[in-house]
Design a protein around this ligand. Sequence first.
Ligand SMILES: [Zn+2]
Ligand SMILES: [Zn+2]
Length: 505
Amino acid sequence: MEEKNVNVEKNIPQAEVKTINVNSNIKDGQYKCPNCGASEIMPNPNTGKLRCNYCMSEFDGKELIGVEKNISNLQGKIVGKGTQNIKEGANNMVTLKCGGCGAEIVIDTSDAPHARCHWCRSVLSVNNQLENGAIPDMILPFQTKKQEAEAKIQDFVKKRRFFANPTFKKEFTTENIMGVYFPYLIVDANAHAKFEGEGEHLVRKYTVGSGDDREYRYDADVYKVGREFDILIDDLSIESNSERLDKTSNSQTNNIINSIMPFDTENCVQYQSNYLVGYTSERRDVNIDDLEEKVNNQFKDVARFAAKEEAEFYDRGINWTTEDFHIVGTQWLAAYLPVWLYSYMEIKGNKKTLHYVAVNARTNETMGSIPINNPLLIAVSTIIEIICSALGIMLLMASSDSDDDDGSGIFALLFLAGFIFYAAMYARYRNKEARHTYEKETKKSLSNIIKNDEFIKHEKGLKNASMNDRNDNKIEGDNIKIGKLAKLSNDIKIEIAASAKQNNK
Ligand SMILES: [Zn+2]
Ligand SMILES: [Zn+2]
């Protein structure tokens, strides 16, 4: 390997944080139609654009001010004003002077960031970022119409009717679906990664032994592998509401909402509260500090999967022994992203589970969790188990003297059929494992790639189909509860324990 002259010593200004105000040209108060001067500006659900309800003119969303579009220029940290730290007990009330009649109107932003003037009925909105996390930097307007979302949700549920809980089947209706703007942080990174380790390439697969003792063996070439590159990561998206971040919650199926990412976040426009009219929204309640470790781990995961893509020759896997990941610069913006949400509360004794069916209101991607009729599913699985096991015994007796190659596999399948069926149906209805695979789906680009591949040795008669200690598909940035989140979930547990005690009295 020739000597590479790579100077990784980039000049990184420590803790340099630059705050940008991406919608600084939008003021609080009335949004007046430039065409007729009316203040009835609301989203048109058919186009996603803002529309003057008086003269029917439509307006395109405005482009963000001051954002660094070239990620390779990022050094240090750029943060949107909408990501500023939330102050405990920050005032939710904003007093605005109505531009229509001059009255003073108080808007409770914990409720909604817009209100009508009681006197002249003008729509007034709060667009300047507050210290309560209620106003993000940017917004991705709804594009999917309510009827389209209803059809998606109905279709999803229809395909899962047989084993659905009977009460749910009776009560299911899409009439009450809600358009919700959920809060996210959208993060870009300019980083440098260097992975080193050993990789294995399959040379030959064959069997040894005979009859029931027949087993597969593998021969492989072992290499020393290195991949080093600059990586630009574009719009990694993460929930910024502590409840939504908890994807393993037993009380609500948050992983469903997570799984309908990604959104086309490159089409986000300047935040303007009029976009929220007719929809509901949740508020950001975590800060960059609470999420930074998790986000950095997710960036590293994206880089690890990028390294794997650059080393596909190693089909038995790679064991990275050195992982250097170095962030040069990041850019953080707070966004509202649009979701159509159906929710259903399943009550079993004193256990409540809030199920969701969610539709990404930009891509129409749909996912859900459906309450299961467990006694029915167990009964059907048991019948399948009995029939298939009987069939297995019959086949086993009939073929006891023949020497079928894959016979043992078929018998195992038959004897486990009921359990396999149960697991498959459970997965299909509850979708507990569904999640946004950020490590693969986040946009990235690599440059200055340095590859090192040195043959070490040839291995024969390996028993495993892939490398024993491979870690090239490891994920570190998911399901880690950190800082405030861990504290918050503890608080909730304590609260639940306390209320359970009270109920038992
Ligand atoms: Zn107008
Ligand atoms: Zn007024």
